[in-house]
Design a protein around this ligand. Structure first.
Ligand code: ADP
Ligand code: MG
Length: 255
């Protein structure tokens, strides 16, 4: 049964790389306007799962179905990767990928949905509404005062927030973040959590993260993966109190 508030259905996903199963029969549902964390020790298959959702990797078995608001369901498995972005599913990779020699604002202009790339951005000026939207979005990640600064001059955390903002300008229904707080100090990590909690009013957020304080701060639901398998799922306190989770994950001192 898929209820109205399900936005993503992961059905029995298995991924086999040359005989090694990175994921085995993983299934879960993601609810609309939630922050859904996937946690688990290194090698658990978290990044592979994001690769499956955005069709970067083809599963050996299983399907991922996306339920855009007010539209027919879309089967993401088997689609072309670039088409999925147009359907409203965005992905931020582990390594920041902003154009360091362009300003914060120029990076945002490049992220506009109907911009085809750098050349188009030079020849077509964004509309007044688009610029307004860019500035509102920068405000949400506390970068409005840095709009004119070179992206390369931003602090590590600010670059991550810029990338999140760049995803938001195309009005995605889902954004996926792979370890957004990696390399951040406590205050920046906390702020990232607060930013995500604000953003989830407008979209669904799928996050991979190791920092347990961050998970506790922001998670609506947590799915634990271990050695490619679904282990347990629930609210953060229940999941962290689970003995099996403690044995496989916390027992290793987190990561
Ligand atoms: P996590 O993100 O949870 O740390 P990954 O999804 O990156 O884990 O990796 C899960 C397992 O799959 C790891 O053992 C990794 O070495 C393996 N793996 C990931 N991608 C590939 C690939 N393209 N080819 C072979 N093995 C891979
Ligand atoms: Mg990973």
């Amino acid at each position: 049964m898929t209820t109205n508030d399900t936005i993503l259905e992961i059905n029995n996903i298995s991924v086999c790389f040359d005989g090694f199963y990175a994921l085995t029969d993983v299934r879960t549902k993601v609810k609309r306007n939630t922050i859904h964390f996937f946690i688990g020790p290194n090698g658990a298959g978290k990044t592979t799962l994001l690769d499956i959702i955005c069709a970067k990797t083809k599963p050996t078995a299983g399907t991922v179905i996306y339920y855009p608001k007010g539209k027919d369901p879309v089967r993401l498995t088997g689609m072309k990767e670039y088409k999925i972005v147009n359907e409203g599913v965005g992905r931020k990779f582990q390594v920041p990928s902003v154009f360091v020699n362009l300003s914060v604002e120029e990076n945002m202009i490049l992220a506009l949905k109907d911009h085809k790339g750098i050349l188009d951005s030079i020849f077509r000026k964004p509309s007044k509404e688009e610029m307004q939207d860019i500035h509102n979005t920068l405000k949400r990640v506390s970068l409005e005062e840095k709009a004119g600064e070179r992206a390369g001059s931003l602090a590590h955390g600010e670059k991550q927030w810029l990338e999140i903002a760049m995803q938001l300008v195309s009005k995605p229904e889902i954004i996926m973040l792979d370890e957004p707080a990696a390399g951040m100090g406590k205050p920046e990590t906390f702020k990232t959590g607060e930013i995500l909690k604000d953003i989830k009013k407008d979209c669904t957020i799928i996050v991979i993260e190791h920092d347990m304080d961050f998970v506790k701060q922001a998670a609506d639901i947590v799915t634990v993966l271990h050695e490619g398998q679904f282990l347990v799922e629930g609210n953060v306190n229940d999941v962290l109190a689970n003995e099996t989770v403690q044995a496989v994950y916390l027992g290793r001192g987190g990561e």
